[in-house]
Design a protein around this ligand. Structure first.
Ligand SMILES: [Zn+2]
Length: 260
């Protein structure tokens, strides 16, 4: 299994839920009052029979008008058209906006040959609970494409991929386990978005159920340590991938490079 973080950039976000590019080398946090600072990186995974993207990013383009995620996939040595699975942890804007993009005034799928794997209840919630976090105009385009593969609950997608509904961050948030040969990869989405979240206990305001999310972080952290999972961190500032150690009631994350 080869894993590549597809770093899309860093952003500030305030109560408007708009993501504005933030480069710490140029911008000062003082100019973005009451903002959270968010790093975004989907992942590209090659198994022996699939090319997989996990979560779709923001769908931002570079100065030449090319999607950053497409550029990153090419730089890793692959073609966006070869991606055959897009696994979605949940549908909040910063994970789902990049499912589609605009090209010559038309909306296109970012991964035209991929099945878009989405939890059915998360999809229904996005439509029945409109909010700034769910942009249904994006989902309308995906639905018309006929590319969706809905899943529900916990289960096995194929011989290498399993999924679990966790709740916590949003009601039907899900996580993915990938196993190929001896390598075990864990994608915790916004339950385990960055290594720092394992190092201290806290309830986050942005979680649907903060207590549950905190419990899950600890639970997955311990399982990751016990099973030597390679953990992928979507919102990591520094280490996008790492293995977890747990001893004396404390976690440690050892960063890892793989695939490059
Ligand atoms: Zn989210």
């Amino acid at each position: 299994m080869k894993v590549f973080p597809l770093h899309e950039g860093s952003y500030s976000v305030d109560s408007s839920k708009k993501f504005i590019p933030f480069d710490p080398a140029i911008h000062s946090p003082k100019d973005r009052p009451a903002s959270l600072f968010v790093y975004v990186q989907p992942f590209l995974i090659e198994t022996s029979d699939s090319l997989i993207v996990i979560d779709a990013g923001l769908g931002y383009k570079d100065d030449d008008g090319e999607l950053i995620i497409h550029k990153n996939i090419r730089q890793a040595g692959y073609h966006p058209g070869d991606v055959n699975l897009l696994l979605m942890s949940h549908l909040h804007f910063d994970h789902s906006a990049g499912m589609i993009y605009e090209k010559n005034g038309r909306h296109e799928l970012t991964f035209p040959n991929a099945e878009y794997v989405i939890n059915r209840h998360e999809w229904e919630n996005a439509y029945s609970h409109p909010s700034k976090s769910y942009r249904t105009e994006i989902f309308d385009v995906v639905q018309r494409s006929g590319s969706i593969h809905f899943i529900e609950g916990d289960g096995r997608f194929n011989d290498k991929i399993t999924y679990e509904v966790t709740g916590g961050h949003c009601e039907f948030h899900q996580v993915f386990h990938l196993e190929d040969k001896d390598e075990k990869v864990f994608y915790g989405g916004d339950i385990l978005p960055e290594p720092e979240q394992l190092l201290r206990k806290f309830k986050a305001k942005y979680d649907f159920d903060g207590a549950r999310a905190m419990e899950l972080r600890e639970q997955y952290g311990k399982q990751a340590a016990d099973n030597n999972w390679l953990c992928l961190f979507y919102h990591a500032k520094s280490e996008a991938m790492g293995r977890v150690e747990y001893s004396g009631d404390a976690f440690k994350v050892i960063g890892e490079q793989l695939g490059r």
